[in-house]
Design a protein around this ligand. Structure first.
Ligand code: AHN
Ligand code: ZN
Length: 325
């Protein structure tokens, strides 16, 4: 079994002073180590298919790659295929992919993110790019990559150190084809809207959910998002406390309030499961990441350090979750 020892700054100082009370201020995490190189490869692999725009070959091939990879990593995989219409009337075929670990456990945690990528770089400074689809390395692929690396760690776990609850990874389709600049909220998050009405398993529920969005950019910080604070404040506390306890307080910041963001977590809440959004903000502007909905949202602009901060925090959360007995 692999354990990581987190020494707080205090204990390091004490060590420096040759104090002996190190054990009091050290924290031994039960979680395995999240491999950011592996997560980065999962981002690159998704982007290599090309933009994951609905009704495209690249989209369908990448969906197959995601489902097969989860299967290879020991998950039970469910699919939800559905028809939907974009706000401009375009009919699209979508596929939500659900990968479950410990499927018989009644106590479950849901972890989600979207796998589609936006077909218009309509926030790009160069107007000619507004009709160009994005790679969505950060906006889409990063959250799936963190989930795949979490899945790999779940697959590697042995009897001496098992996660006690069931875990369901949900890869939403059709999150990112909404109408920008309009207050047309229902044009976003079509995959999760579908799921909140019709679950992959009748009567499915979970203790809580954590949605990941844009978790791999440079200059990224995570603030406590406002809808999350309204719907699931104790889950926000749990996740931010976990990050801060293992040394990622710089990423999971209490400094500012996050915005109130329309994202897939709203649909999970609407379906009766308290769910938060871990969504990246730019450290400079405080708004969406600088590459957001631009052609620069590609694998060159992915930060392994950010993937690590989020991935290790997520492993910490699920490995410290206990059941009633
Ligand atoms: C709105 O712009 C209304 N929501 C942003 C949700 C989103 C788009 N997340 C990633 N891309
Ligand atoms: Zn987006």
């Amino acid at each position: 079994m692999r354990k990581i020892l987190y020494l707080s700054l205090v204990s390091l100082l004490l060590l420096g002073c040759k104090e002996k009370k190190v054990a009091d201020v050290s924290y031994v995490s039960p979680a395995p180590e999240f491999c950011e190189d592996s997560a980065y490869q999962y981002v690159a692999a998704q982007c290599a298919f090309g933009p994951r725009v609905m009704n495209s070959e690249a989209h369908d091939a990448c969906g197959e790659y995601i489902a097969q990879t989860f299967k290879r990593l020991g998950a039970v995989v469910y699919d939800q295929y559905a028809d939907a219409e974009l706000y401009d009337g375009t009919p699209v075929k979508m596929r939500n992919i659900i990968a479950s670990y410990n499927p018989e456990a009644s106590e479950r945690i849901l972890v989600s993110g979207h796998w589609d990528s936006r077909q218009w770089a309509d926030n790009d400074p160069d107007e000619r790019n507004h009709v160009v689809p994005i790679d969505g390395a950060n906006d889409g692929a990063s959250s799936i990559a963190v989930m795949l690396e979490m899945a790999r760690q779940l697959h590697l776990q042995n009897d001496s150190n098992r996660v006690k609850v069931g875990i369901d990874f949900i890869c939403w389709d059709a999150e990112d084809s909404g109408e920008s600049g309009a207050s047309n909220e229902n044009s976003w998050c079509l995959g999760s809207q579908y799921w909140s009405g019709i679950r992959h398993i009748d009567g499915y529920t979970a203790r809580y959910g954590i949605n990941l969005d844009m978790v791999g950019g440079h200059n990224t910080v995570f603030y406590r998002e406002q809808f999350s604070m309204a719907y699931a404040p104790s889950i926000v506390d749990k996740v931010w406390a976990a990050a801060n306890r293992i040394g990622y307080g710089k990423y999971f910041s209490y400094e500012d309030d996050g915005g109130a963001i329309t994202d897939d977590h709203l649909q999970v809440n609407r379906g009766g499961i308290p769910c938060i959004d871990v969504i990246g903000s730019d450290t400079e502007s405080g708004g969406f990441p600088a590459t957001w909905h631009t052609v620069n949202d590609n694998v060159k602009n992915i930060s392994k350090q950010t993937l690590k901060a989020v991935g290790q925090t997520m492993l910490e959360v699920i490995w410290t979750e206990t059941t009633g007995d």
